[in-house]
Ligand binder design. Sequence first.
Ligand code: PLP
Length: 392
Amino acid sequence: MNNPYTALMPITQRPDKLFVEGRGSWLLDSSGNRYLDFVQGWAVNALGHCHPAVVEALQQQAARLINPSPAFYNQPMLELAERLTTHSHFDEVFFTNSGAEANEGAIKLARKWGALHKQGASRIITFEHGFHGRTLATMAASGKPGWDALFAPRTPGFTKVPYNDADAVAAAIDTETVAILLEPIQGEAGVIPAETGFVRALQALCTKHDLLLIFDEVQTGMGRTGSLFACQQLAVEPDIMTLGKGIGGGVPLAALLTTHDISCFAPGDQGGTFNGNPLCCAAGLAVIDTLLAPGFMEQVRDTANYLEHRLKQLSGEQGLGEVRGQGLLLALDTTPLNAPVIAARAFEKGLMLNAPRPHTLRFMPALTVTTAEIDEMITLLKQTISTPETTA
Ligand code: PLP
């Protein structure tokens, strides 16, 4: 019999643990150890692990209909499209299986729109340190250091400029430009929010040059920043938006949204065998209906304020850096301490944290996280920080 551990491609360094159960903010490994999870699969479990509404929706839908074919309507797909368009300024949705696939769709849609309405303009302005996925086109759109040289030849058609620099964007626009693509908060870059003035300037540039504004809300969407979508807090209406991660509450679901005006895919331009399947859309429906329930988002904002307050307190006490981000997508600058070392030590103590940069810890707990769990996280983090080896 083959060793199942070496039968998996080593695409990441996994800890020597086997996870068997999850409930809310907690994960359980096969040895019975409990972990307080402030990563949630990189913000995928919007409602925490195995939320009853998601579990029930999946159970009921699995027993009824799993995938009739993406070429047919199904009830959860229709209802989820209705919810997303009713609660945003968008009119149309295309469901995908991952954030990268949603962004691929956004790139294709912008290029098709450019072919139809802008004499074939196809270049998209994207940002240094941005992250849009791991397909060939989304890697080329991303600004992750080192990625330009990987998997050559690189997909052409992207111009990279510094984030929060409207002058650099203006200087990069030419007759070949069709769109500007950005994350309203750069997540993988270490939780760097776009300044309001910058986003407004981008919208003005798009109006002036007839360009599409594309928001990648794969990480910031679905309640993560304290409103259903981050663009709503910025009071900006992008032409195209992508969603992923939290939209499925843990199952593979993502979406591409646009308005009737921009929508231009003809039948056959876009698709996929799993797209809009009722099983994943049923989970998505359970997530969005929970977010839209009276009081839920107020609760998220309250807990987010509490987490921010406790992180600032900790930073002050320990002599660390700034706390930044929005809602339940926050980062702590750990300078002078080494964040990946803190995350590794915290894991040993039963606390899961993410360190996207050498001096940045990222916090993206379940939207249902309690203040008691935040207190417990701070206690564990404090104990971890006082371990001498965390100094970098
Ligand atoms: N866009 C953003 C902003 C992301 O943070 C991610 C994933 O981290 C993606 C796109 C890619 O999503 P997926 O991993 O589902 O393909």
